[in-house]
Design a protein around this ligand. Sequence first.
Ligand code: PEP
Length: 254
Amino acid sequence: MRKKIVAGNWKMNLDYKEGLSLFSEVVNMVNDEVTGNQQVVVCSPFIHLHSLVQLGKGVAKIAVGAQNAHQAESGAYTGEISAKMIRSVGAGYVILGHSERRQYFGETNELLAKKTDTALANDLKPIFCIGETLQERGLGKHFDVIKSQLAEGVFHLNETQFNKLVIAYEPVWAIGTGVTASSAQAQEIHHFIRKEIAAKYSQAIADATTILYGGSCNPTNAPELFAQHDIDGGLIGGASLKSRDFVDIVKVFN
Ligand code: PEP
């Protein structure tokens, strides 16, 4: 059975105190209410990471992640944060290739391939995001877009490296819009992603890869989405800022 994961992406929200307070609520609710083997990942701004790792110590179900990391190991990159720095505070995951990074910061598949290498070399598990825009879907190019994001972003990895990845399918038109992909639309793409992985690596690796859905996921639509055969959890933006909503989504896997 592949791992079920619900990951929260706080984006650029919550000051230091607010972040600690939300995370403490999540920890308490997870301790009291989560009964399955699902993994919870909270991806916070950098300033929270160290404190969240400390607060989450001893709660195996909860891991902490960053939302970006630089491709270089270290150096003269004023204002940037390295994978090694993130790992050094005990965070275990990093979101790479989120559509907001692709769109607002010009991150390309080529750059993301380097970021993935550096993250893995520093023992971070990338949550690698892919997904088409509304225009691309309208033109019927969504499968091609997904195919090239995989081929150019992560298919250079060897099997051992690829095994450490989590893939997140996030249709850009569903992120932060309140419009979710239907469960059939999401399943269709997840199935396609798994087929691509099987063709590149093996069916065993494809079957073991956790593929998350992201895009306006909430406690109401999560049960149907997560019931799809190839959907192994979610990457949750807006709803991860409310402890009750986030943990209710996590509990879909109880
Ligand atoms: C995200 O930012 O990854 C995301 C899925 O956001 P939202 O849940 O708010 O659509």
